[in-house]
Design a protein around this ligand. Structure first.
Ligand SMILES: C[S@@+](CC[C@H](N)C(=O)[O-])C[C@H]1O[C@@H](n2cnc3c(N)ncnc32)[C@H](O)[C@@H]1O
Length: 300
């Protein structure tokens, strides 16, 4: 069974154009740079809060990164690939807290420049190698069977095509190597009503996230199995992410209070994708899931 048949039927499979997707991704992250740097402190992922713990952004972001390192569970000085590293907040934690050597790869040079500054400031410049590239085609940058672990933190939704990204992850991993994905899943695209489908389509275009349509709840094991991985396991940590979604919702509501209605009525809200997402995700939280997915490359 092809991956494309798993999360979404061929009838609804989006017709994508990888070059155009890259353009949409670059445009989205350039537009949202102030939000990611000033509000999200350079992390481009959600936070993890333990049940009963008081939410604090900085510590929630760090806890999420620590969760990733624990899931990788690799020896000191193992080599990992951070596919879609952004400003390397995660990569830096992997190097600092877990002693891993990180190949941190991203499409956007500006992000890598900030990543370099940050890794140096944190004293792990030597352990974080920054690489400009596309994780759907890393043949020039990363050799076959050279990596102990590959991870993604909230970036696989951008893969175009998804099959190619996963086969690249499999190619670079050593036999028995570990794959860890921290990714959300969504209700099946086919079951969405026309309004939600229109909103989803607009968000996909604005952010370059064509693969989100495949990430229906429960689809990841089949996706990874079809891509040749084994020992696939999944944990739902949505409840640990809700405090971050709630914080983002109220923060954006407060900051935009009187301006929100004019922004909605004039359509300007569509330009601020992070604002739109923050306002939509928390009220919609019961429909979304945040997952940790782990798998290994077969030994033979
Ligand atoms: C939501 S951010 C996550 C960044 C980082 N993982 C973190 O958690 O802070 C997604 C990142 O993936 C990068 N990206 C998206 N598609 C990519 C691709 N095909 N190859 C390399 N990087 C990609 C984007 O440029 C962006 O920096």
């Amino acid at each position: 069974m092809g991956i494309i048949e798993v999360g979404i039927s061929l009838k609804f499979a989006p017709k994508t154009n990888p070059e155009q997707t890259v353009g949409q991704i670059v445009d989205y992250y350039n537009r949202m740079e102030p939000s990611f740097l000033n509000v999200w402190q350079g992390a481009c992922h959600f936070g993890y809060t333990e049940k009963g713990e008081r939410f604090e952004l900085k510590s929630a972001l760090k806890t999420m990164e620590m969760r990733l390192g624990q899931e990788l569970n690799l020896h000191l000085n193992s080599t990992v690939l951070d596919a879609g590293c952004g400003y390397a907040r995660v990569a830096t934690t992997m190097a600092q807290q877990f002693g891993l050597n990180v190949l941190a790869l991203d499409l956007i040079q500006k992000r890598l420049d900030e990543a370099k500054r940050y890794a140096r400031e944190q004293g792990v410049e030597e352990k974080v190698s920054l690489i400009r590239g596309n994780y759907c085609n890393m043949k020039k940058q990363i050799a076959d069977f050279s990596i102990d672990g590959v991870y993604t933190m909230e970036t696989l939704v951008h893969a175009d095509p998804l099959e190619t990204a996963l086969s690249e992850f499999r190619r670079v991993l050593k036999p028995g190597g570990k794959l860890v994905l921290f990714e959300y899943s969504v209700p099946s695209y086919e079951k969405l009503d026309p309004i939600r489908r229109t909103i989803t389509d607009a968000m996909v275009r604005k952010t370059g996230m064509p693969s989100i349509k495949f990430f229906a709840h429960g689809a990841f094991p089949k996706i990874l199995e079809a891509a040749g991985f084994e020992n696939i396991a999944m944990k739902d940590i949505s409840h640990n992410v809700w405090p971050t979604w709630r914080w983002a919702f109220w923060r954006n509501l407060r900051e935009n209070n009187l301006m929100l209605l004019p922004k909605i009525l004039s359509g300007k809200i569509m330009k601020n994708t992070n604002l739109m997402a923050a306002l939509m995700i928390y009220p919609y939280r019961h429909q979304l899931k945040y997952n940790i997915i782990t798998a290994t490359k077969p030994k033979d």
